[in-house]
Ligand binder design. Structure first.
Ligand code: CDM
Ligand code: ATP
Length: 307
């Protein structure tokens, strides 16, 4: 018996960052949108804890107890007084260290999968608590859709979205470390007065209206200057996407994946083509949002076709 959970990637359509707190984290006004690029986590009973991973970036994923999927299984097992004797398999499609919450997706996916396998009866609130212990982005990976994250990003309020937004993502040929990007944000802002992060009303209205032009005018990412400072070549990718017709171009979260909003699927295909031809990135993917959060997949043998 095994359980498979599918979990989406995210793009941050607003990322307002406050000054460093005494605990080293930063208060955020973090507007997440889940997009249709997915990892799948399959959990199967085993003699001990084991992690395997397949996918284009699999060689960059740790397979020991530091893997967020393993940490999630351990945290849930501890809470329910059992041992995490499971094989966790990650089918990874979300770029690693790309600013799209790939590790967080695996943490949320493993948590939901182990919960279903073990029948713990944990409430949604308990699962969200464990997610927040695992990382700031993990609660959003569980809930998906669109949400405002405050505190360090873990306190979520669901947001209304009135349509589908079409995105193009350009993956870079190396990753960026999230702590390093926050440290660079601190370095660039040293000696300046950093305002409290405030969520944008215009952005909420654009999401609720499903209006891509209004969303394009409202997106912001306070980590973008820090990501560009550590990875200056990203400026060329952003420019290539804009030249190919994107409504707006921004770094996704802490980067280095860059995100391009398009008006519709045809326009997204054109932006994707332009980015591929520009030679300024490793791979290009299109995906739309909002996408649902972590979801248990029906137990159908993978060789069968659904009709
Ligand atoms: C950049 C974002 O992806 C935007 O959604 C997130 O803020 C990062 O979320 P995450 O990867 O889940 O981050 P965590 O695992 O919680 O923290 C990793 C590191 O990022 C920095 N960090 C993270 C979140 C936050 N609000 N302030 C921070 O300064 C801290 O150095 C922390 O040690
Ligand atoms: N399941 C996992 N998948 C990928 N990386 C993982 C996983 N578990 C732990 N890691 C470690 O976490 C680091 C960051 O990976 P991840 O893909 O989560 O970054 P990210 O997408 O930039 O995160 P975020 O957008 O949440 O800041 C990796 O370099 C890797 O060492």
């Amino acid at each position: 018996m095994s359980v498979t959970v599918r979990v989406p990637a995210k793009v941050n359509v607003q990322l307002a960052v406050g000054a460093a707190r005494p605990d080293g984290f930063h208060d955020l006004a973090n507007v997440f949108l889940a997009v249709g690029l997915y990892d799948e986590v399959t959990v199967t009973p085993a003699d001990g804890l084991r992690v395997t991973c397949t996918g284009p970036d699999a060689d960059q994923v740790p397979l020991d107890a530091t893997n967020l999927a393993a940490r999630a299984a351990i945290a849930l097992a501890e809470r329910y007084g059992r041992t995490p004797d499971v094989h966790l398999h990650i089918a990874k499609d979300i770029p690693v260290a790309g600013g799209m919450a790939g590790g967080s997706a695996d943490g949320a996916g493993a948590l939901l999968a182990c919960d279903a396998l073990w029948g713990t009866g944990a409430s949604r609130a308990e699962l969200l608590d464990i997610c927040a212990e695992l990382g700031s982005d993990v609660p959003f990976s569980l809930v998906g859709g669109a949400a405002l994250g405050t505190g360090r990003g873990e306190k979520l309020t669901a947001l209304e979205v009135g349509g589908t937004f079409h995105w193009v993502f350009a993956m870079a040929d190396r990753g960026l470390s999230t702590p390093a990007v926050f440290r660079e944000f601190d370095r660039l802002g040293a000696g300046t007065d950093i305002p409290e992060p405030v969520a944008s009303r215009e952005l909420f209205d654009a999401l609720a209206a499903g209006d891509p032009d209004a969303l394009a005018a409202a997106v912001t990412n306070d980590l973008q200057p820090a990501a560009l400072s550590l990875f200056p070549e990203l400026a060329g990718t952003l420019a290539a996407g804009r030249a190919a017709g994107a409504l707006t171009a921004l770094v996704s979260g802490s980067g280095p994946t860059t995100a391009f909003l398009a008006r519709d699927t045809e326009s997204a295909a054109k932006v994707a083509r332009g980015l591929r031809e520009s030679g300024t990135c490793r791979t290009v993917r299109t995906a739309s949002g909002p996408a649902p959060g972590a979801t248990v997949l029906p137990d159908v043998p993978r060789t069968m076709t659904l009709v």
